[in-house]
Ligand binder design. Structure first.
Ligand code: PHB
Ligand code: FE
Length: 327
């Protein structure tokens, strides 16, 4: 495996005002409405709002688990230390036509240039993490920036939200008002009555209240940790900006409202299932699919991940299952 070392950021285009980027043999430019991606065997175009929403997730999640498909053509696959950037590799038609390209990068270097891209291409008031109804538009010529929004750190609790010294609960005072769609969510907190001497060992918090105050969408945050087992709840509205290609099983618990999932084959993109999850439903996403969620109304979802670095390799070797249960 050779790692690409070519990175170049151009000066601002003197018409649209945006920087252009060369990353390996891929090229990236933006105009008022679109991101344009080129590679030696092809080219691609994406609506700039959709591109920035996907890029923002890829950056904030450090390339996530497995594959982050920005759409049916372009994306990245995390190899944990290195990352592959591809066009057409997981698209049956592109592959059959021989138009696909995949290149490998050092994760930190690709992350750095992706960060510069999302920072430069985001205009004042546009928040790629926000629901469409809660942000200004992405369109137009270069007009200011929104560095606070694009440099948000993802919450990653060490043990659990609310534990002393760990990720804090959210409140009006800390800048997290209750979202307009969760005005009916009770905000009371559990009362913890610990035995003397165990005050630092027992903790509880109202997860619904916590999620009702999320200012972002489609951004699972680590709220509790037991060894490799991570509870990553998130608030969702509109469309998951990526088609996530799993490299392990993950569980979804629908905590409120409803999400409709499109499930496709991970390698080819062929349609495989449509899953409608309503409050209380639980589903496991297998390790050989990609999925994209649609939330007609703001919804709370618990994503349960096993973060073990060994799983992708065990699955590849056939030593770990791609589904958690067989009926
Ligand atoms: C997922 O890919 O499993 C995923 C990502 C982001 C979310 C929810 C689910 O907000
Ligand atoms: Fe996923």
């Amino acid at each position: 495996m050779t790692t690409q070392e070519h990175y170049h950021v151009s000066d601002r285009d003197n018409y649209f005002g945006y920087k252009s980027f060369e990353v390996g043999s891929f090229g990236f430019t933006r105009d008022e409405y679109f991101a344009h991606i080129t590679w030696p065997k092809g080219s691609h175009i994406m609506s700039i709002d959709a591109f920035l929403r996907a890029l923002m997730r890829d950056v904030a999640w450090g390339f996530f688990y497995g594959t982050v498909n920005f759409d049916a053509v372009f994306g990245t696959t995390n190899r944990y230390g290195t990352v592959e950037m591809f066009a057409g590799t997981y698209n049956e038609a592109y592959k059959n036509a021989g138009c696909e390209t995949l290149e490998t990068f050092h994760s930190e270097e690709l992350l750095k240039i992706f960060k510069e891209m999302v920072t430069d291409w985001t205009n004042e008031g546009y928040d790629p993490f926000a629901a469409p109804a809660e942000t200004a538009m992405a369109w137009g010529k270069k007009n200011g920036s929104n560095d606070d929004a694009v440099s948000r750190a993802r919450v990653t609790a060490k043990r659990m939200v609310g534990v002393a010294g760990d990720a804090a609960r959210r409140s009006d005072e800390s800048g997290f008002p209750v979202n307009r769609m969760f005005a009916d969510v009770p905000q009371d907190e559990p009362v913890v009555e610990a035995e003397p001497g165990f005050e630092n060992e027992v903790a509880a918090f109202n997860l619904y209240a916590y999620l009702s105050r999320s200012d972002v969408t489609w951004n699972p945050s680590v709220c509790s940790v037991v060894h490799e087992s991570l509870f990553c709840p998130t608030s969702e509205e509109f469309i998951l900006p990526v088609e996530h290609g799993n490299d392990r099983v993950e569980w979804f618990v629908q905590l409120s409202d409803a999400i409709i999932w499109d499930v496709k084959d991970k390698e080819t993109g062929r349609a495989r299932a449509r899953v409608t999850m309503r409050a209380g439903d639980v589903a496991a996403m297998p390790a050989d699919i990609r999925h994209q969620g649609f939330a007609p109304k703001r919804a709370m979802l618990l994503v349960w991940e096993n973060a073990s670095l060994k799983i992708p390799e065990l699955i590849q070797k056939g030593e770990a299952p791609i589904v958690p249960v067989k009926f």
